[in-house]
Every structure is written in structure tokens, then in C-alpha cells.
Write a protein that binds this ligand. Structure first.
Ligand SMILES: C[S@@+](CC[C@H](N)C(=O)[O-])C[C@H]1O[C@@H](n2cnc3c(N)ncnc32)[C@H](O)[C@@H]1O
Length: 217
């Protein structure tokens, strides 16, 4: 039990308030080798839940071109592959995490880049879907990346975002901001909400929330 609490503390140290984005990404570079073992010990079910939610809405379109956003070591891709989705690319700001994913041969393309307001090296309307799991937490991704995600997904395509539910309230950058930013994009006609589901045991005993959006433009 003490070991698990130490692992949990190590995981939370990636989300310390005040860390810069560069510090967060460096933390993952250093964690990469041990990440999967630690997250398995911590009963991290998010990647499976995210993959299953996306697969349900993709309803059998196994050829769908999917970008795993903040892909890390590829836990979400591993689940998508089990479900028969093989047309996968990865993007993450940590080269160390991507190197682990690469060693497993999970994706076609491995893009090391920062998700934010800046334009990515990806053409417009390129993907059928985005899967994004575990990337919305303290010091990680913010709502400023939504327009770029919408740009790279085809009209009619899907954006699936899975995160810890409590972070909507406990993370200052999200409290009263993240969901209003989603709604504002819906009001502008950029995407529409398909689902907002609470899932139990996303991380240890904690609930997750899975947002599913359909891109309109
Ligand atoms: C908790 S891990 C999640 C990895 C994987 N999706 C999973 O569920 O196991 C968070 C990942 O987000 C990446 N990340 C955080 N903020 C980012 C940003 N702004 N741009 C790109 N990657 C970012 C980190 O490098 C890390 O690999």
C-alpha cells in the first residue's frame, strides 16, 4: 500500500501547480521508462474507457484515421488496436514518451510537438477522429488547443477527450473555463456535443469524464 501511495505521489508530481509546460514535458521524458508499470499499478482505466467510447461512436469504421493526442507511451492506441482500429498516428510534447511508443510500433506517424494555439504540421481535415486521454490536468493541455484539433479533424469527425472529472473543478485553468470554452465553440458552430459521460474508476477510485464532440466545420 505504501508503495502505491508513493507511485501516486510520483504521478501527481507531474501536475504540481507552478510547473511550466517545459518542466511538465521534461518530467514525462524522465518518467517514460516506468510510466506504464506505474499507471498499471495505479489502476488507470482511462485509456481503455476512452478507446471504447470512441469505438462506440465510430461504430465499426475500422479504417478511421485517428490521431492520439498527448499519446504518451501509447496506452490508448494499445486499446484501440485491441478493438481493431489500426490507422493511428501519435502526437505528444515528450520525445521520451514517444520513443517508448515507437519501440512498440503502435502508430504510423510520431509527431513530437506542443498542443496549444500554435499551428501543427498537419493538414486541414486530415483525421476522422482524435482520441485524447489524460492530457487535461494541471499544467498540461488547455482549451487553447481546441481550434487546432477542430481544424485537423474532418467535418463530421469526432473528438474524444477523457480526463479526471474532479479536475474540472480543482484545476484553476479549467474551473469555470474549460466547459464554457467548449460551449462557446458549439455556439460558434464549430462542433456539437455528442456525449458527456461520467465513467467510474477512471484513475484508481476516481471518476472520469468523457467528452465526445462531432466537428461541424
Ligand atoms: C498523463 S500522460 C497521458 C498519456 C496517454 N494519453 C495515456 O493516457 O497514458 C499526459 C501526456 O500529455 C503530454 N502533454 C502534456 N501537455 C502537453 C502539451 N501541451 N502538448 C503536447 N503534449 C502534452 C505529456 O508529454 C504526456 O505524455
Amino acid at each position: 500500500m505504501a508503495d502505491i501511495e508513493a507511485t501516486d505521489a510520483f504521478c501527481h508530481a507531474s501536475q504540481k501547480p507552478g510547473m511550466t509546460s517545459a518542466e511538465v514535458l521534461r518530467y514525462y521524458d524522465n518518467w517514460a521508462e516506468k510510466y506504464d508499470k506505474d499507471l498499471q499499478d495505479l489502476s488507470y482505466n482511462g485509456p481503455r474507457q476512452c478507446a471504447e467510447a470512441l469505438a462506440e461512436v465510430l461504430s465499426g469504421n475500422k479504417a478511421a484515421r485517428i490521431l492520439d493526442v498527448a499519446a504518451g507511451t501509447g496506452l490508448c492506441a494499445t486499446e484501440l488496436l485491441k478493438l481493431g482500429y489500426t490507422n493511428l498516428d501519435a502526437i505528444d510534447g515528450s520525445q521520451g514518451m514517444l520513443d517508448i511508443a515507437k519501440s512498440r510500433n503502435l502508430y504510423h506517424r510520431y509527431i513530437c510537438d506542443f498542443l496549444g494555439p500554435r499551428r501543427l504540421d498537419i493538414e486541414d481535415d486530415h483525421y476522422d477522429a482524435v482520441a485524447c486521454c489524460g492530457a487535461f490536468s494541471q499544467g498540461h493541455m488547455k482549451d487553447d488547443c481546441f481550434p487546432e484539433l477542430i481544424r485537423i479533424v474532418k467535418p463530421g469527425g469526432l473528438i474524444c477527450i477523457a480526463m479526471r472529472e474532479e479536475f474540472l473543478h480543482t484545476v484553476e485553468a479549467y474551473r469555470g473555463k474549460l466547459e464554457p470554452a467548449m460551449v462557446a465553440l458549439e455556439d460558434k458552430g464549430c462542433w456539437e456535443q455528442v456525449a458527456r459521460d461520467i465513467v467510474p474508476k477512471y484513475y484508481r477510485e476516481k471518476d472520469g469524464v468523457i467528452f465526445m464532440y462531432r466537428v461541424l466545420v
